[in-house]
Design a binder for this molecule. Structure first.
Ligand SMILES: [Zn+2]
Ligand SMILES: [Zn+2]
Length: 373
């Protein structure tokens, strides 16, 4: 039998034990999916991140007033997070849990986020997806990503199979492999998600920059401003040429005749709204200004080029672009990764954060390190 380390709790306790929530927050665009998550995370009802690791998005989205809980199966990680959040005055819930058997009622949640988790099950992602389907309420949104076969992974795999063939020819035995994860192309991930009963609104490749980052052994060698990797990623991240990107992502909806509306939370959205929009929208909200971001033709996108290894912004006086109030920028979140200044109060208003997440996301890539404290 192949040993599966992706499902071993101690592997993850170890992995997360070497980092801190703060360093993870600082490098939130190390994985380039924030434009997808920020656009589609529900603003009404409760969302969970299943397999939250050090909780970077849980902290981030809770700052937007989103009711989000983090679930992870590493007990030491959850203990550490609960400790850290107290010290830093965050009012967020983290729970130990098994994503194959979550401690939430049927049809109870408006959002399910899973980023780089379900590919670690050697038997496949079906059970985890069935559980996501179970707990989502009608109109609930699932945001699910896995690693994809980027150009770099493709080359690695090719090299490996070539080595295997050579060994066979030389009658040498290959070492038994340890299973860590699968890589699913977007089409494959889409099929898995669909077979759980969820309806796909949008799916695709993302995160070109990470593929170049991997090729440079997780350094900034091939992604520095001015390099080919940087230029290609910046130019094509929002186009079909991102198909060689490092991640696959799907946005899907639990459908029913009547669903909770994405823009107001009321259970009044009709099924046919999904023919026009990526999310369920009720008749009343079809006249809202924000609806323009959710037409099927509108692609999630970064609104500015990547900034690589940007120095950390010291706390400074700012003026909110939405209410003109003066405020101090956040010590950990800086300007929350947007091109606009926003105070803590305005950030919590759905209309404001929906606008920011659709028009003003500025990706800031920072390497993975604990030096940021
Ligand atoms: Zn509505
Ligand atoms: Zn404000």
């Amino acid at each position: 039998m192949i040993e599966s380390i992706g499902q071993d709790e101690s592997v993850w306790s170890n992995e997360w034990g070497q980092l801190t929530p703060e360093s993870e927050i600082r490098m939130w665009d190390f994985y380039g999916l924030r434009h997808w998550i920020a656009k589609f995370i529900p603003r009404f009802g409760k969302t969970i991140e299943a397999g939250c690791g050090l909780g970077r998005y849980v902290f981030y989205f809770s700052e937007m007033g989103i009711d989000i809980e983090g679930v992870d199966f590493s007990e030491s990680t959850i203990d550490y997070l609960n400790d850290w959040k107290k010290k830093n005055n965050f009012d967020v819930v983290f729970k130990k849990g098994n994503i194959l058997k979550l401690d939430y009622e049927d049809n109870s949640l408006s959002g399910y986020i899973s980023l780089g988790v379900i590919e670690h099950f050697i038997e496949g992602p079906q059970k985890a997806l069935a559980e996501a389907y179970r707990i989502l309420r009608p109109g609930g949104i699932a945001i699910i990503s896995t690693p994809s076969i980027s150009f770099y992974i493709f080359a690695q795999k090719l090299k490996k199979s070539f080595k295997k063939v050579v060994k066979k020819i030389l009658f040498r035995k290959s070492k038994p492999e340890t299973f860590y994860q699968y890589w699913y192309r977007p089409g494959k991930l889409k099929k898995f998600v669909e077979s759980s009963g969820l309806r796909i609104s949008r799916y695709g490749s993302a995160d070109l920059l990470f593929a170049f980052c991997e090729a440079g052994y997780y350094s900034e060698k091939y992604i520095k401003e001015g390099t080919f990797g940087y230029n290609y990623s910046t130019k094509f991240e929002n186009s079909f040429l991102n198909f060689i990107g490092s991640q696959s992502i799907t946005i899907s909806v639990k459908t029913a005749e009547k669903m909770h509306c994405f823009l107001c939370g009321k259970p009044d959205a009709n099924l046919d709204s999904l023919n026009i929009f990526d999310v369920p929208v009720c008749n009343e909200c079809k006249n809202k200004n924000d609806v323009k971001y959710y037409f099927k033709s509108i692609v999630p996108k970064y609104c500015a080029p990547y900034v690589i290894n940007s120095p950390i912004k010291p706390v400074s006086k700012c003026e909110c672009d939405f209410c003109s109030k003066e405020y101090l920028s956040n010590e950990i979140f800086e300007n929350y990764g947007f091109e606009k200044n926003v105070c803590k109060d305005c950030l919590k208003i759905p209309e404001v954060n929906i606008k920011l997440c659709n028009e003003f996301i500025k990706p800031v890539w920072r390497k993975r390190t604990t030096e940021y404290e």
